[in-house]
Design a protein around this ligand. Structure first.
Ligand code: KG4
Ligand code: ZN
Length: 349
């Protein structure tokens, strides 16, 4: 790809991270992250054991201006030098999305720059291009607090769904398991840490849908596993062993479903062999190691962004802005609305 690299400000406020970043780059990447500021509201939500939407949107409103200023300062870029302003327009907690998107609209309008309304999931889905310059097509396992999907990614706007969760998202299962076991919020890192000293075979936990091959989908289910952990916790069990058992069951499920999706992906894209892991749960080292092993067995190359680019951040939103402005779709209308729900396959707005 030749041409001038684009410099984009990204804004992310869809959950409990208030984030702004400046990224410079051109497709297919890798891009240069000039700044990446993430303010985590964890402390404000911790007493409630989960994100409280009203607290989140107020906190975004209080701090976002300052975070954007820090991102621009650290990048040594002024608004006039930007090629566009990208902000998460959904899916997510609507109050928070409104704060980020409205702020982006104001900056874009004031500076006469394009606004890019970004799908948060697209941000996660394209991060491996920002970090590794991964070419299309690739198989993507997107695992976050709200989503668990296997997708064939044929282009920045070509997503083929091979499977998704029929109940809980995998990050949600980690968070609920942590709560049941009395571990701290957010649950994913706490369960991973506790699992390190545990025996994964101490308790027999279910692996729903494992080895299911009777349909043309690689779907996931985690609610039975969560219920089993709840029942287990009613006895006096070792938190480390229960965490290790839960994480091992999750790994078995992700491994089996990803292997099934690899066959579907190969049918759609003969000869392609890149497997990308993205979303907050991709920060889990044990999951990364297991899926890297699967890729070795199946002849795939694994690409996993570094942990701080797996969990929510604005660099991935800025990068999605680079992709959008490059692919000719252009900027979004200033009248664009925030969306609480926004499946990946719907296309740009
Ligand atoms: O992508 P993300 O930051 O936010 C959403 O878009 O949902 O993902 C957050 C989720 C949370 O459920 C969190 O517990 C999980 O990712 N997570 C982890 C780890 N780090 C974050 N799950 C397992 N192991 C981790 N190390
Ligand atoms: Zn996310």
């Amino acid at each position: 790809m030749t041409g001038k690299p684009l410099t984009i400000l990204g804004i992310e406020t869809s959950c409990d991270e208030t984030a702004a970043a400046v990224v410079r780059g051109q497709i297919p990447g890798p891009g240069e992250i000039l700044s990446n500021i993430v303010f985590s509201q964890t402390e404000a939500h911790a007493p409630y054991g989960g994100v409280v939407p009203e607290i989140a949107s107020r906190a975004h409103l209080e701090i976002l201006d300052d975070i954007i200023e820090q991102a621009l300062d650290q990048a040594k870029v002024c608004v006039a030098e930007l090629d566009g302003i990208a902000a998460t327009a959904g899916p997510g907690l609507i109050g928070g999305v409104m704060v980020g998107l409205t702020t982006a609209k104001a900056i874009a309008l004031g500076a006469g720059k394009p606004l890019i309304a970004v799908n948060h999931l697209m941000g996660h889905a394209l991060t491996a291009r920002l970090t590794h310059g991964v070419a299309f097509p690739y198989l993507l396992l997107l695992v976050s607090g709200g989503h668990c999907q296997l997708l064939g990614v044929g282009g920045a706007d070509d997503f083929r769904l091979y499977g998704s969760t029929i109940d809980d998202a995998v990050g949600e299962a980690f968070d609920k398991t942590a709560k049941i076991l009395g571990l701290s919020y957010p649950g994913g890192p706490a369960v991973e840490h506790a699992a390190k000293t545990g025996n994964s075979r101490a308790y027999d936990l279910p692996r729903p849908l494992l080895n299911r091959r009777d349909e043309a989908r690689a779907d996931f289910s985690f609610s039975g596993l969560k219920t089993a952990v709840r029942q287990l916790a009613q006895r006096h069990v070792s938190v480390a062993d229960a965490s290790a058992g839960f994480q091992a069951a999750v790994i078995d499920i992700l491994y089996d479903r990803s292997r099934l999706a690899m066959a579907m992906f190969r049918r759609d894209f003969p000869g392609a062999n890149t497997f990308v892991l993205a979303g907050g749960v991709a920060a889990n080292q044990a999951i990364g190691t297991a899926l890297t092993q699967l890729c070795k067995e199946e002849g795939f190359i694994t690409r996993i962004p570094p942990p701080r680019l797996c969990t929510d951040n604005a660099a991935m939103i800025a990068w999605a802005g680079v992709e959008r402005l490059t692919d000719g779709a252009g900027g979004s209308a200033l009248s664009v609305s925030p969306r609480a729900r926004w499946p990946l396959a719907t296309g740009p707005i």
